[in-house]
Write a protein that binds this ligand. Structure first.
Ligand SMILES: C[S@@+](CC[C@H](N)C(=O)[O-])C[C@H]1O[C@@H](n2cnc3c(N)ncnc32)[C@H](O)[C@@H]1O
Length: 268
């Protein structure tokens, strides 16, 4: 890894190690990290619970993967891996940051599920042999690593031939989020600072990253804008101008500006 990318990975690590996804939703100081109340409090905000199509994807994939070995890249607090474990999939859960790994371990302990392994791992240099896994799952991760293409190539390397890469989601451009990004604000849904990297690509670019895969589906997602907690000029513009106008667009038009593209592809 060259020096520039190593510096970026260091910044990404430092950000996510103190901003594990979900922490921003705990606004009640009585909720202590690592307790059952903590995980229950955050759960409704996590992707499979907030966006029904993610849970449907887990359901669908888990039926195909029962008894098989799935690697999760960038597991955060392990909510997605937990759903796969509950459905009989063998899971290795990984994240760049020790804080996410510690919370995932605690989460699985409380839920009494057993992963194959829970460990730190860098998506750009996965510590696994070629052709190890039947599936790779990454949810909101690869575009935030500093080198999206390399992350896909690493996922391909560790997949067995015929293995499934299930990537929810890449950031699209053009999209409403790309506009916000240029206005200087991505974390519009909550008060935290933005992560150091989020790469946006055209759909064509994203699909071109999947060389050596057979495409199963590429789905445009998140074409309705959510309410925000933030205040100030940009948040007000978002709340009172962009959101109502965008949300009024017919679905076929809104989808063209959706900010997420999720891809499922099979390694050839
Ligand atoms: C937006 S969060 C998503 C977390 C989780 N997938 C979820 O949906 O709850 C992004 C996650 O990617 C992880 N991440 C960022 N760069 C990574 C890398 N190079 N290797 C592994 N994980 C990485 C972060 O530590 C963070 O937990």
């Amino acid at each position: 890894m060259d020096e520039k990318l190593a510096i970026t990975v260091g910044e990404v690590h430092d950000y996510w190690n103190t901003h594990t996804l979900g922490l921003q939703y705990v606004t009640d100081t009585r909720v202590k990290p690592g307790t059952p109340e903590f995980f229950a409090h955050i759960r409704p905000w996590m992707n499979p619970f907030k966006f029904p199509w993610i849970m449907e994807r887990i359901d669908r994939e888990a039926k195909l993967l029962k008894g098989k070995h799935l690697l999760e890249i960038g597991c955060g607090m392990g909510y997605d891996s937990l759903e796969f474990l509950k459905r009989g999939v063998r899971v290795t859960a990984t994240d760049l940051t020790p804080h996410a790994v510690a919370l995932t371990k605690r989460h699985f302990e409380l839920e009494r599920v057993q992963a194959e392994e829970i460990r730190t791992a860098n998506a750009l240099d996965l510590p696994f042999a070629d052709h190890t896994f039947d599936a790779v799952w990454a949810n909101g991760v690869l575009h935030a690593t500093g080198d999206t293409l390399r992350a896909i190539q690493e996922a391909k390397r560790v997949l067995k031939p015929g293995g499934r890469a299930i990537i929810s989601h890449f950031y699209r451009k053009p999209s409403w989020m790309y506009l916000l990004h240029h206005l200087g604000r991505e974390n519009i849904e909550y008060k935290e600072e933005d992560p150091p990297v989020n790469e946006f690509y055209t759909e064509k670019q994203i699909l071109s990253f999947f060389e050596g895969f057979k495409m199963v589906e590429a789905v445009q997602e998140h074409h309705r804008l959510l309410p925000v907690r933030r205040s100030g000029l940009k948040a007000n513009l978002y709340t009172y101008v962009l959101r109502p106008v965008y949300n009024l667009l017919p679905e076929s038009v809104a989808k063209k500006l959706a900010y997420k593209l999720s891809v499922t592809a099979i390694k050839l």
